[in-house]
Design a protein. Structure first.
Ligand SMILES: [Zn+2]
Length: 211
């Protein structure tokens, strides 16, 4: 495996935590995803680890970079790893666009994706959408490494089943929207975020010209 891409989990602004639930109470299990990345890396220690993270706004309207927190976590768990940080717009589609655009050299060879189990189908479809836009890259990654959601289930037995079912329901809805051409990319309507990114010289390139 040449490259292992860890798809951006939720990160709580101002902390180093990858929460189990997002602000709306949806199951996201970021910690489980990051732990899966450590486990997969140990199988492929020569791989370059790519922490692709969305930029979001914190409560003060300042740009917060999820990839920085992901990188810090990965370096603390795997000090010898070659870890790269890629900053993008927040959604999974734009996570991939960011890599295709900024680091295409990482995609020449075997590429693995790490994310949560529930995310697999939608992530692979978004990869295809992004690959279509940057047609010089492969259509699908070599492998998808899903996090073991049920590790989490043990600790969260009471809430887990309800929340996880809800998550799967949301994923199915999201997939149907994607397949039906009804998907709206929230990043592109987030004018506050786009304005804040335009004001940071190192992130200005993330703002689409059409926005
Ligand atoms: Zn997006």
């Amino acid at each position: 495996m040449k490259t292992l891409i860890v798809i951006s989990p939720e990160v709580t602004c101002g902390s180093e935590a990858f929460p189990l639930f997002d602000a709306k109470g949806n199951y996201v299990a970021g910690q489980t995803r990051m732990q899966a990345a450590v486990r997969v890396y140990k199988k492929y220690p020569k791989a370059t680890l790519v922490m692709v993270g969305g930029c979001i706004l914190d409560e003060h309207g300042k740009v917060f970079r999820r990839a920085k927190i992901m990188t810090a976590f990965m370096r603390s768990c795997c000090p010898l790893a070659d870890v790269r940080e890629v900053h993008t717009l927040p959604c999974t589609f734009h996570n991939f666009c960011g890599i295709f655009e900024q680091n295409p050299e990482l995609l020449h060879g075997e590429v693995g994706l790490v994310s949560n189990n529930y995310h697999q189908e939608r992530a692979l479809l978004m990869w295809q959408m992004a690959a279509k836009r940057y047609c010089h890259v492969m259509e699908l990654p070599t492998a998808f490494f899903p996090a073991e959601e049920f590790v989490c289930a043990k600790a969260q037995q009471a809430r887990f089943s309800v929340e996880y079912k809800r998550r799967l329901h949301l994923e199915r809805e999201g997939l149907a929207h994607l397949k039906g051409g009804l998907y709206t990319d929230k990043c592109l309507n987030n004018h506050r975020l786009l304005a804040a990114l335009s004001a940071v010289s190192s992130l200005r390139h993330l703002v689409p010209e059409t926005a």
